[in-house]
Design a protein around this ligand. Structure first.
Ligand code: IPD
Ligand code: CA
Ligand code: CA
Length: 258
């Protein structure tokens, strides 16, 4: 029932994204420059809320645009109604609906749906991860220097040692491909599917990573914070890899040379 509701929620919201991308919609700005929210983010959120409330009216909800609906429940839905809003607002079809579900503070289910590529990623704790119902697995590459990486940048620049641009520059100077898709949830799912060997980002919110986090773990990958400690989606930094390049990536992100 929980899984069916989760899938119904991401698929119904994905339909909203698909139907509206070519239409005109209002776009407004949040904190920072070009940190956008569109009318469709709100529509997607409304559809997700109504699907959840039909089956689980007493569950706790944390959603990017509406904040928290606090309930005394062991279940918490963590929702990004459009991950990749800047892409969406520019008609770039690299964006998705992302929903993770925590039970007693542990991520137990995650679904990420990109309606434009018709890719539905799903994972349940202990049951593996799938893409359109087929099992997926992280890559096997063990050498960071030969890896294909992905990252993202925060809307507000982080003036910190070993910040996003310094780390990015180190990879680029060595000729290591680092893609920047603009959707952290898709970045994580593509690590899970073995398309990327690793992903790192310095400042995310829980709704960006909740679903992708469990999808990577269930695909056999490793997810930690920037220091290599147990990953908690309520703190900013993330490193997600196939496991084989993880320690090396942590070293580089923390100032080490390539
Ligand atoms: C953003 C995307 C992007 C990441 C940003 C996020 P949004 O989410 O996931 O890839 O670099 O940090 O805020 O605003 O499109 O939901
Ligand atoms: Ca997001
Ligand atoms: Ca969003």
């Amino acid at each position: 029932m929980l899984k069916a509701t989760l899938l119904r929620a991401v698929e119904s919201a994905g339909k909203v994204l698909k139907e509206n991308i070519d239409r005109s919609f209002t776009i407004s700005n949040k904190e920072g420059i070009n940190n956008l929210v569109t009318e469709v983010d709100h529509k997607s959120e409304e559809v997700i809320f109504s699907v959840i409330k039909e089956s689980f009216p007493d569950h706790y909800i944390l959603s990017e645009e509406s904040g928290e609906i606090v309930q005394d429940s062991s279940y918490k839905w963590i929702i990004d109604p459009i991950d990749g809003t800047v892409n969406y607002a520019n008609g770039i079809p690299i964006c998705c609906v992302s929903i993770g579900i925590e039970k007693d503070g542990k991520m137990v289910l995650g679904a990420v749906y990109n309606p434009f590529l018709n890719e539905l990623f799903f994972a349940e704790r202990g049951e593996g991860a799938t893409l359109n119902e087929k099992k997926i697995q992280v890559s096997n590459h063990a050498d960071l220097i030969k890896s294909c990486m992905v990252t993202g940048f925060p809307y507000t620049y982080l003036d910190m040692p070993n910040g996003p641009l310094q780390v990015f520059e180190k990879f680029i100077r060595k000729g290591i491909p680092v893609r920047r898709l603009g959707s952290a949830a898709i970045d994580l799912c593509w690590v899970a599917a073995g398309r990327f060997d690793g992903f790192y980002e310095h400042k995310l919110n829980a709704w960006d990573s909740a679903a992708g986090f469990i999808i990577v773990e269930e695909a056999g990958g490793k997810v930690t914070d920037l220091k290599g400690e147990y990953y908690n989606p309520y703190q900013p930094g993330i490193i997600a890899t196939n496991g084989k390049i993880h320690d090396e990536l942590i070293r580089v992100v923390n100032g080490g040379n390539l």
